[in-house]
Design a protein around this ligand. Structure first.
Ligand code: SF4
Ligand code: F3S
Length: 329
């Protein structure tokens, strides 16, 4: 028998998070979920009573961007900050979830890792949260992505139906992403095409998906024992309900017809609108302007580049060439 393994990432020491920091986290979650601020206390009391949620993270045909996004927000030492970070979103989340299986970061290999997945399915069938990252190739019976001799297709078809809830993290798990761009030689598709009609599916498109939205979705699930309200494409309204253009910090420049016309020109230096440089913000739904990236330090448009619409359907084909301006409405 292989040795028993515990959760892949240890929870942070609960004592390291004081009550004030915890309430701040709950406040951020309430704001991200577009809930009134008094819901922060509701979230706090629900999390305090919550059982740790087992998580199985499946990684298929992808670039590891969603895992990177998750790990960068977790308690790994940050040399730029003297080797330590303040507890981040994922540090806190790890007190409430237990990552039992993750192909990319788990220590076991070969038979042991296969056994690990079997153990989780045996012990937690119908109880675990399944996070899927990456597309699932279907051409040639799924031969383009195999893990320990099994196709991603077969693993997905076995594991996903046993989950209590499923999160497709990133555009690849949503609609096949980059691998599905024409001519899609591997027949890459997303989760909902492998297991159609899943009622417990949350799609979090993005390249990668924003870790704040991933954490908020899990917090909502832990708090209310149900998934957040979603649109027809299973995207939660709190994250994909608004158009980037409407919330953009450069919107006043758009209204004033002040556009960047060339990289580095005066308008670019002054933060004018990027519409004429190909920005897809007017056709993209995402809360990027609010939650931003990298611990809310910046986001693509804030950094001076137009949005390429990475949360929209089949964006690699639909939105490229990325620097060609949209037609005026
Ligand atoms: Fe809209 Fe993009 Fe201009 Fe922002 S930069 S106002 S999203 S067109
Ligand atoms: Fe993607 Fe546009 Fe946000 S490119 S990360 S949806 S600003």
């Amino acid at each position: 028998m292989p040795p028993e393994i515990g959760p892949l990432i240890s929870p942070s020491e609960k004592t390291s998070m004081n009550r004030r920091g915890f309430l701040k986290f709950c406040g951020l979650m309430a704001a991200t979920l577009a809930l009134p601020s008094f819901y922060a206390r509701h979230i706090a009391s629900a999390l305090s009573a919550a059982q740790r949620l087992p998580v199985v993270w499946l990684e298929f045909q992808d670039c590891t961007g969603d895992t990177e996004s998750f790990l960068r927000a977790s308690p790994f030492p940050n040399p730029l900050q003297g080797g330590n970070t303040m507890p981040g979103l994922v540090d806190i989340l790890l007190d409430y979830i237990s990552v039992e299986y993750h192909e990319t970061i788990m220590a076991p290999a070969g038979f042991q890792s296969e056994q690990s997945l079997a153990n989780v399915l045996d012990q937690y069938s119908g109880q675990f949260l399944c996070i899927v990252e990456g597309s699932i190739p279907t051409a040639s019976n799924g031969a383009y992505c195999t893990i320990r001799g099994r196709t991603a297709l077969s693993i997905a078809q076995q594991v996903i139906p046993q989950a209590r809830a499923v999160i497709a993290a990133g555009s690849c798990a949503w609609d096949g992403g980059l691998a599905a761009a024409a001519p899609n030689p591997t027949g890459a598709v997303g989760v909902n095409q492998i297991v159609p009609g899943l009622s417990n599916l949350v799609n979090l498109p993005g390249c990668p998906s924003n870790v704040v939205n991933l954490v908020a979705t899990i917090v909502y699930f832990l708090t209310y024992d149900q998934l957040p309200d979603r649109d027809r494409q299973n995207r939660p309204y709190f994250a994909y309900g608004e158009e980037i253009h409407d919330e953009c910090e450069r919107h006043d420049y758009y209204e004033a017809d002040q556009f960047v016309l060339e990289w580095g020109d005066t308008g670019h230096q002054q933060g004018w609108c990027l519409f004429k440089m190909g920005c897809r913000g007017p056709r993209t739904h995402s809360n990027c302007p609010k939650v931003k990236w990298n611990e809310s330090t910046s986001w693509p448009i804030g950094a001076g580049h137009g949005c390429i619409g990475c949360t929209t359907t089949h964006f690699w084909d639909a939105n490229s060439p990325f620097y060609t301006p949209l037609e005026d409405d």
